[in-house]
Write a protein that binds this ligand. Structure first.
Ligand code: NAP
Length: 318
């Protein structure tokens, strides 16, 4: 089968297209998916998993059809069914013709969208959903400030915070994305290019940061005394993974703050798919690259000022 590989190391990665990799086989209750399209999160290039795997295949999100089911599979999926999947961050290896998934990683694909659109959905949808409901526990009427709001995770977070949780949403993004974000439910929009933006957001209940670094540091000025900051921006802050305290916590001892790694959740993907089918959740714009242009796809995915999430086509769709 063909697959993308990341050769080299994290300081000098090299995206490679391999046309002669071994097709995996299913066992137990696994599901083999024939991949039609696979999504790319640009910062995945610094995620450690592909460098540690024998195959060197990157990627965690796909859309395709069920090709085989393990002998002990007893779930609802059947051969040839159209599905989307998010593979656990430790497993990954999804940018290939065939991918082995676990039952909690797979959900039925909405029929109203293409495989390319579906492949762009799992990581942004699950990350935003987990942040808003599990970590920030957003309730109706809360004020939620979302950084990187025009990014893949941000666009999903704006919609879920407003439509699922009933929050008042403030979105940080460049001005060219402001109308789009208002159309998706943002109550207020702010321009990150305006210096001092952090002083114009006061006392929010929740910050969901998808940028990290200096932007994350500034959000401590925006959150209320007993508010919550949740971040997924890469690279992860120094205090992530139990490595210590955020320096800002000294001044803001009652602010709770979390970094997390997104988990698979088939039920949430089903619920998200139903929202897409009901047109209450808007999918991301995608920029598609054929498999043989995987290197260019990865390069484009790492650029800023994109409007689209990047997807690699393993089977060309119309
Ligand atoms: N921990 C996890 O489980 C997890 C899961 C998913 C994603 N992530 C991470 O979360 C981040 C967001 O992912 P994504 O897929 O949404 O990425 P994305 O689509 O590339 O979006 C990134 C967003 O951040 C904005 N941005 C970047 N640098 C900025 C800066 N210096 N100031 C203000 N805004 C800035 C971009 O705005 P412009 O386009 O205007 O530059 C864009 O809106 C990535 O680092 C990704 O690796 C982590």
């Amino acid at each position: 089968m063909k697959a993308v590989q990341i050769l080299g190391d994290v300081s000098s990665p090299n995206i490679f297209t391999n046309y002669s990799m071994e097709t995996p086989e299913v066992k137990d209750s696994e599901i083999l998916i024939r991949v039609h399209a696979a999504g790319i999160t640009g910062d995945e290039i610094i995620w450690p998993e592909p460098y540690a795997s024998a195959t060197r295949i990157p990627g965690h999100e796909i859309s395709g059809i069920v090709s085989a089911l393990g002998p002990n599979y007893d779930g609802p999926l059947s051969i040839d069914q159209e599905v989307l999947a998010f593979l656990h961050t430790d497993r990954g290896q999804a940018q290939a013709d065939y991918v082995v998934c676990l039952p909690d990683e797979v959900a039925v694909k909405p029929t109203s969208i293409s495989h390319a659109q579906a492949a762009a959905l799992p990581i942004p949808l699950l990350t935003a959903w987990e942040a808003i409901t599990d970590h920030a526990m957003v309730k109706p009427g809360m004020r939620v400030f979302i950084t990187g709001a025009s990014g893949a995770v941000g666009i999903m977070a704006v919609q879920l915070a407003r439509k699922l949780a009933g929050a008042f949403v403030i979105a940080l993004a460049s001005p060219r994305n402001h109308e789009m974000l208002k159309g998706l439910g943002a109550n207020e929009v702010l321009d990150y290019n305006v210096s001092g933006w952090e002083k114009s957001v006061v006392g929010v209940d929740v910050v969901f940061d998808t940028v990290g670094g200096e932007v994350l540091a500034k959000t401590w000025e925006c959150v209320k005394d007993d508010g919550v900051i949740v971040t997924v921006g890469d690279p992860a802050p120094d205090w992530a993974f139990g490595r210590g305290q955020a320096p800002e916590a000294v001044q803001c001892p009652n602010v709770r703050y979390f970094h997390f790694i997104v988990s698979p959740n088939a039920k949430r993907m089903e619920d998200g798919s139903e929202m897409v089918a009901a047109e209450s959740l808007t999918t991301l714009a995608v920029k598609r690259f054929p498999f043989n242009e995987a290197k260019a796809a990865w390069g484009y995915a790492q650029k800023r000022n994109r409007v689209e999430k990047v997807v690699i086509d393993f089977i060309e769709e119309n």
